[in-house]
Ligand binder design. Structure first.
Ligand SMILES: [Zn+2]
Ligand SMILES: [Zn+2]
Ligand SMILES: [Zn+2]
Ligand SMILES: [Zn+2]
Length: 163
């Protein structure tokens, strides 16, 4: 280990600490300068900001099997973490949303994951928004609530007092 990496590791005195650990460099440190913000890291601190995966130096470029990308703040992210960082994730299934989505007071859903917060049935056009609770309810569930003090037992269909 070491010799092919040397080129990237040029210590130069600077008042800027390591962007990873915030410690100042000393002359014996291996320093990695990287990114458009010209931040610098100790070699052992130069890892993915999201998952701490190590990067590999190949032909003067830092690499990761999933790619390497710079965040707006100038930190390196592996491709996987960068994708996660940028993507919107669904409030119900927690998977990233690539295309169209439903935005309910900041909660985001795949169209097929947008369901009634009362009964879990898929919501299409007819539903009622509840801004205070950031919820959406289907007509049936709104009806139940409007019945006031009663809930309908889904198995028996009987009214019970809400507890
Ligand atoms: Zn460091
Ligand atoms: Zn990562
Ligand atoms: Zn979803
Ligand atoms: Zn419902």
């Amino acid at each position: 280990m070491g010799s092919p990496l040397k080129k990237q590791f040029n210590y130069s005195s600077s008042d800027l600490p390591c962007a990873g650990c915030q410690e100042f460099f000393v002359e014996t440190d291996a320093v990695v300068p990287w990114g458009s913000k010209e931040k610098r890291w100790h070699h052992h601190c130069f890892v993915c900001k999201g998952c701490s995966a190590k990067f590999e130096l190949k032909e003067d470029k830092w690499m990761h099997p999933s790619g390497i990308a710079e965040s707006a703040a100038g930190f390196p992210h592996c491709g996987d973490c960068y994708h996660r960082l940028l993507s919107v994730s669904c409030d119900r299934c927690k998977q990233p949303i690539a295309g169209a989505y439903v935005d309910l007071f900041g909660r985001k859903f795949h169209e097929e994951c947008f369901c009634c917060d009362g009964c879990g049935e898929r919501l299409t056009s007819s539903f009622v928004k509840r801004p205070a609770e950031k919820k959406a309810l289907c007509r049936k569930c709104v009806g139940k609530q409007a019945a006031g003090g009663f809930v309908i037992d889904p198995r028996t269909g009987q009214k019970k007092f809400a507890t």
